[in-house]
Write a protein that binds this ligand. Structure first.
Ligand code: NOJ
Length: 814
């Protein structure tokens, strides 16, 4: 490829300059089309005839690896049907450090192990369907406040000088934040998106330690790093620090302006030798490599292009609607991406994502025979938002919640609301049904609930991405309270109705202290954002057609002060600093360490059945070693692309072949004056980097996801589970490990395995966990390696992070 051809792969063509949220330049000479990058993690954004899948948080709550893999496949299939080449998901960061963090609902819960397994399953699923996955956001994007300069020039905040810096220590970086990225790299993820925020005071997308070292050397990531949209802040520095692709192409805050840090400037920087041509070759190779990395992926042909436009719903329109430019063309082909199979996966994920938190006297499932003949469904959050199912990026919150808001939203093809589904089931059973939707004028609700045998109160709490504000919530939630006067609604209903069932449809933990112990609150369901099937799944659980099996992927605290808070202060220099003081003590690890009793712990969730767990067995598969073996040396470079910088005239805009489109970013030089540096000038690589190939891998590295030995299974653990109840159901067995503290203290319990098993009544089955070398390792920052400490490792097979069923031990000697 010529230099402009390679540069064309690295630089987005500009916001709106192409059908997808991100479009690379094309290389027509080689039959490479503009590559389409499209959100997102819960289905295809900005188009029609697609499935709105349950969120990442819901997928995590299922604790079902196989189902999450199938969800990934279904999401991949739909992207493929729409002509997307690169899907911008899964989200495995935010990791959920902060309960109020706006985007926690996109990713897989507040534990690195859970995030890693579910992220890897999703990547496998998506990529097996022929679409490259992009795991995001690397790293520390734990809150929306101040993630991006330019978004915060309103409200109480002055314009920021820089994005927030997430200050993460080396141990937490390895054991918590980077952990799931190692999993997805091991699973073969093609792309990784660097985050908006700074990491340790350098922007994530130009952080050489993060990109060049941790990601590409230590974790041996072979694919491309793409910037979050507008997260690039420099041209040369970001290139030398490891960024491979900039999206959507422009500099931030100049959407449609056509100005880019790369494009023509990257071409010039290579011509004048500010950036070695090797680095550009590396970028292009990394962008194309994923398409050759497995039998399921291949480079799309010029015919395999998107059949939709992100920028208009109309069938026909101008080619570049935002730029008001171009001929009238067919923009949307309204291709059907949905299928019976995808519906099944979405619905099953929704069902298994629901968590039963309370069920006093077995009031659920609802039975007419238990005296429930008159049912009231109360709360605005169970109905239809007056603005419909699809207001901009799902920012409407006055109805049944299908997702949070922002780029991970998907257009609902339709929604079955909770009201609709519950009342249908109640009618089928000959019940009387009434509705009450006013959350403020509660007199009528009170009257109706007084008359009802049971009231289902549906309440919500929502958040989303920082570019949208809803009710003064700038992405992050302002608090963990229920929205729309929810607490008062519950209180007033319980005054009249002795059987009140609360359905919390929310993006994360909510404070339920005002009513959770009220005797009239007989049952509580936690329902994460479930996509279009939300109502169906809720109703099936309430009426017992589905036995609930979801588990909380985070802790619900009794006191709000027990959660890590959003950083609101800008600091004197308007460069907010967010030091992650919890270190490795994320979520339940913090509660366990400080012996704080939560309201509901991580991993908690009830069933309509009763299970017992017996017969713990622990087998050694490979003997553990304290230290990692040295990884093999890097392979010598077998092919070097010679520098072929020639006449700059070759890289000028080909005016005789085409006319420029306004705002479109091209790779061509502005003029021939590239002012080449002297031959012997060195490239200004960040400390520790040179364009020369290294021979040795770092001790922690040497293979995708780190040192290959980290991925070896050392122990196998098994246990028997039996269903002692009278209905079939799923049981989630969770394995937690308590580490010795020979070198360093660790959280009291760390999740290191989970298995979901379905059992008919009286049936017995076996669950098996594999403990890998990495699962027993701690990160020692002094020696920069993973170490297995000597001592006793306690194993707990549990029903939640606090309810231990069986324990055993592993003794590791010197
Ligand atoms: C910004 C979001 O942070 C990212 O997740 C998304 O993929 C891009 N916008 C593109 O929409």
């Amino acid at each position: 490829m010529s230099i402009p051809e390679k540069v064309n792969l690295t630089t987005g063509t500009g916001w709106g300059s192409g059908p997808c949220v991100g479009n690379t330049g094309s290389v027509p000479r080689l039959g490479i089309p503009s590559l389409c990058l499209q959100d997102g993690p819960n289905g295809v954004r900005f188009t029609d005839f697609v499935t709105h899948f349950p969120s990442g948080l819901a997928a995590a709550s299922t604790f079902n690896k196989e189902l999450v893999y199938k969800r990934g496949k279904a999401i991949g299939r739909e992207h493929r049907s729409k002509g997307v080449h690169i899907a911008l998901g899964p989200s495995i960061g935010p990791i959920g450090l902060k309960a109020k963090g706006g985007r926690n609902w996109e990713s897989f819960g507040a534990d690195p192990y859970l995030q890693g397994i579910m992220g890897a399953q999703t990547v496998k699923g998506i990529q097996e369907e022929g679409v490259v996955a992009v795991a995001k956001h690397l790293i520390g994007n734990e809150q929306e406040h101040f993630r991006q300069v330019g978004e915060w020039d309103h409200g109480d905040y002055d314009r920021l000088d820089s994005s927030i810096s997430s200050n993460i220590g080396d141990r937490a970086m390895h054991e918590v934040y980077l952990w799931p990225f190692a999993d997805v790299i091991k699973a073969g993820v093609g792309g990784i998106m660097c985050a908006y925020n700074m990491v340790n005071n350098t922007y994530a997308c130009e952080n050489s330690q993060l990109l060049n070292y941790l990601l590409k050397e230590e974790l041996a990531f072979q694919g491309f790093v793409v910037s979050d949209w507008g997260a690039q802040h420099t041209g040369v520095t970001s290139a030398l620090s490891g960024l491979d692709m900039t999206m959507p192409g422009e500099v931030f805050d100049d959407w449609l302006g056509g100005k880019s840090y790369w494009g023509p400037l990257l071409t010039r920087a290579v011509y004048n030798k500010t950036i070695p041509q090797d680095r550009l070759n590396d970028m292009a190779a990394r962008i194309l490599a994923p398409f050759f990395s497995s039998e399921h992926l291949s480079l799309p042909s010029c015919e395999e292009v998107p059949n939709f436009s992100s920028w208009t719903h109309h069938t026909y329109g101008q080619q570049y609607p935002y730029q008001h430019f171009g001929a009238i063309v067919q923009q949307n082909f309204h291709a059907e991406a949905r299928s019976v199979m995808n519906d099944k996966v979405a619905l099953e994920t929704a069902r298994q994502g629901i968590v039963l938190l309370k069920n006093k006297n077995r009031n659920l499932p609802i039975h007419k025979d238990d005296g429930v003949r008159r049912l009231l469904i109360a709360g605005i959050a169970g109905g239809v938002d007056p603005n419909g199912f699809n207001c901009r990026d799902q920012k409407c919150t006055d109805g049944t919640l299908t997702s949070g808001w922002g780029s991970a939203s998907v257009n609902n093809p339709w929604v079955v609301t909770a009201q609709e589904a519950i009342s249908r089931k109640a009618r089928e059973r000959g019940m009387l049904v009434d509705l009450s939707e006013d959350n403020w004028d509660l007199e009528c609700t009170e009257e109706l609930s007084d008359f009802a045998d049971m009231t289902i109160v549906i309440v919500n709490s929502v958040s989303g991405e920082g570019y949208i504000e809803v009710d003064y919530n700038y992405g992050d939630r302002n608090n963990v309270s229920l929205w729309h006067n929810g607490d008062e609604l519950i209180k007033r209903v319980t005054e009249g109705c002795k059987k009140t069932v609360v359905v919390i449809n929310a993006v994360g933990p909510v404070n339920m202290e005002k009513w959770i112990e009220n005797d009239n609150v007989v049952a509580v369901l936690f329902v994460p954002p479930l996509g279009q099937f939300v109502g169906v799944a809720i109703a099936e659980v309430l009426f017992g057609e589905v036995n609930p099996s979801g588990k909380l992927p985070f802790t619900i605290a009794k006191k709000n002060s027990h959660y890590a808070d959003i950083r609101y202060e800008l600091g004197d220099c308007c460069d907010p600093q967010d030091t992650f003081e919890r270190g490795v003590y994320l979520d339940y690890r913090f509660f366990d360490k400080h012996n704080i009793k939560p309201r509901f712990e991580f991993g908690y969730g009830l069933s309509y059945s009763k299970f017992s767990v017996t017969d713990l067995e622990i087998y050694e598969i490979n003997p553990p070693s304290e230290y990692l073996p040295c990884p093999s040396d890097y392979m010598p470079r077998f092919h070097t692309i010679e520098d072929d910088i020639c006449d700059p005239e070759d890289a000028l805009f080909p005016h005789d072949e085409m006319d420029p489109v306004p705002g479109f970013i091209y790779p061509y030089l502005y003029n021939e004056d590239v002012r080449s540096l002297d031959e012997d000038d060195c490239y200004d690589y960040p400390k520790g980097y040179t364009p020369d190939q290294k021979c040795e891998a770092p001790l922690a590295g040497g293979g995708p996801g780190g040192n290959p030995a980290l991925w070896e299974t050392l122990y196998r653990v098994s246990a028997k589970v039996s269903n002692d109840g009278s209905i079939g159901g799923n049981y989630v067995a969770q394995l937690y490990i308590e580490f010795p503290s020979t070198i360093v203290a660790s959280p009291p319990r760390i999740l290191r395995g989970f298995e979901k098993i379905y059992l008919e009544p009286k049936e017995c089955g076996e669950v098996e966990f594999e403990i890998k070398h990495r699962d027993l390792s701690i990160w020692e920052k002094e020696s920069q390696q993973w170490i297995i400490q000597t001592g006793t490792y306690k194993l707990y097979v549990s029903t939640s992070s606090r309810k231990v069923e069986l324990c055993g031990e592993i003794e590791i000697g010197c």
